[in-house]
Ligand binder design. Structure first.
Ligand code: 5GP
Length: 193
């Protein structure tokens, strides 16, 4: 088991509705030493890629992306969630359905901060059905920039997102892949990597 899988076993809580709660170390209270280890691992896995920018999505991706960015020595851009329909023309826009909140959000990135010269690493905390990632990929594509890879902390391997993203040909590096979890027993099964 790697360091993140061990931490999930120790402090993760399996909830009804296929939700894994990791808010004591990942997305509410944040363990920065753990984030630093995650950043180092992504740097190792993407060592051969010419990454010059990290893109994430608010809110829970931001902390992880910022700590990871220290290992790549690049700036972080985060897609902002916006309810507004009147978005000005200087923004890239994508529609994203939230798995946990069951609502649709527009996510926006200013055209100032993504351009065709950018080689982007996407970072996020969770991958479930892949809606958040699809939105970020479409924004990068619209900017004419290149997706160099995707780093995810926890992939829920029993949902469709991981397979879909790998089938599209992207290098997806999930530090923990949960293949099964049971809310009644609390049991979590990780995919062998
Ligand atoms: P997707 O767009 O891949 O369906 O879902 C990704 C987003 O949903 C993540 O950014 C994360 O915020 C949230 N999410 C999905 N599944 C879980 C989960 O089991 N636990 C938590 N805490 N968040 C999740």
């Amino acid at each position: 088991m790697n360091f993140l899988e061990e931490r999930i076993m120790k402090d993760g809580i399996v909830k009804e509705g296929n939700v894994l709660k990791v808010d004591s170390f990942l997305n509410h209270q944040m363990d920065i030493r753990l984030f630093d280890e995650m950043g180092a691992e992504w740097k190792r896995r993407f060592a051969d890629k010419p990454i010059n920018k990290i893109l994430t999505i608010e809110a829970s991706g931001i902390g992880i992306a910022c700590v990871a960015a220290r290992h790549f020595d690049v700036p972080v851009v985060f897609a902002k969630k916006s309810k507004s329909i009147n978005i000005e023309g200087d923004m890239y826009v994508a529609e994203v359905e939230s798995f946990t909140h069951k609502c649709k959000n527009q996510v926006i990135v200013s055209k100032k901060f993504l351009n065709p010269e950018d080689h982007v690493l996407i970072i996020d905390d969770f991958l479930a059905n892949g809606c958040a990632l699809q939105g970020l990929i479409s924004i990068i594509t619209e900017a004419g920039a290149t997706v160099e890879g995707i780093g995810i902390a926890v992939e829920k391997g029993f949902q469709v997102g991981g397979r879909m993203i790998r089938n599209l040909g992207f290098q997806l590096e999930s530090l923990a892949i949960v293949d099964a979890m049971d809310a009644s027993t609390g049991e979590i099964t990780f995919r062998e990597q």
